[in-house]
Write a protein that binds this ligand. Structure first.
Ligand SMILES: [Zn+2]
Length: 275
């Protein structure tokens, strides 16, 4: 009798564990977010990737079964509203370089891949108003190019601040020493809304994606940005995201892995695997 009970317990335990394992496998999805900046033929570095490498990365991802998604798709999944493909990946471009339009856009179109693109308002405004807007080496996107990229449904646009993408007088959106919470809240809101306003008026949309300049953030900054309607926050913390359906927690600090132009496609994906 004792033996029989022990067997029953054992069976119960095994099936119990298997049951939990299966439901977790269904609900938790691993999502790498690859962070690019410039796409350039003339320069390679930590923040500058050759167009042929971008294409190779996409070929690698496709051949390994990955499908590109937007950050807003991650939001829908975490809110329990939609599913994700089995192997989702996000390509994320920061700062709003014109070379993203010049080099990355045609490649993504040809490869049928989509990407997230986080723009800095004052850079784009300078490009638009100065007319100095078509040099891949240093220009930034104009408002009409941003609208075109958004309307193409190949790029999803995120907010990377209007004018806080700088080390002075504050480090990104960081609170300054001695600055009151009230003054900080007001300054952050004014800056971020300035870009949202430009996106609405000049491009016809607003965004729920925010990319922290230089990866700086705080509990207060997230609270303020959530009040403004943002739902997903991109950091520079490196790692792979584990997203659970119906749980929005992970959206507060989405990890990204910087794609240095100094690595080959193989070397970069070996690095990605190590996380
Ligand atoms: Zn940036």
């Amino acid at each position: 009798m004792k033996k029989f009970l022990a067997c029953l317990l054992c069976l119960f335990f095994c099936f119990g564990v298997m049951g939990v394992g299966t439901s977790q496998a269904e609900e938790v999805v691993e999502v790498p977010i690859i962070m690019y900046h410039s796409i350039l033929k003339s320069k390679k570095g930590m923040y500058s990737v050759h167009p042929s490498l971008l294409r190779e990365d996409i070929h690698y991802l496709k051949s390994h079964g990955y499908q590109s998604v937007f950050i807003k798709d991650l939001v829908a999944y975490c809110e329990g509203k939609d599913d994700l493909p089995e192997k989702p990946v996000v390509l994320s471009f920061d700062d709003g370089h014109y070379n993203n339009y010049y080099y990355a856009y045609p490649i993504l179109k040809e490869e049928n891949f989509k990407a997230n693109l986080n723009v800095v308002g004052c850079y784009c405004n300078f490009s638009t108003t100065s007319g100095d807007s078509d040099n891949p080496n240093y220009s930034y996107l104009t408002w009409s190019e941003i609208k075109e990229l958004h309307d193409s449904n190949i790029f999803e646009i995120g907010n990377h601040t209007y004018k806080m993408h700088s080390f002075k007088p504050r480090y990104g959106i960081a609170q300054k020493a001695g600055e009151s919470d009230e003054d900080y809240t007001e300054a952050l809101k004014a800056d971020v809304l300035k870009l949202e306003y430009k996106l609405m008026v000049d491009c016809g949309f607003r965004t729920e994606v925010f990319a922290y300049p230089f990866g700086r953030y705080s509990t207060l900054s997230e609270k303020v940005l959530r009040e403004l309607g943002f739902k997903a926050f991109l950091t520079c913390n490196e790692g792979i995201n584990k997203l659970e359906k119906g749980d929005t927690k992970a959206l507060s600090h989405l990890k990204r892995v910087n794609r240095s132009g100094n690595l080959t496609t193989y070397q970069f994906f070996q690095k990605l695997k190590s996380f």
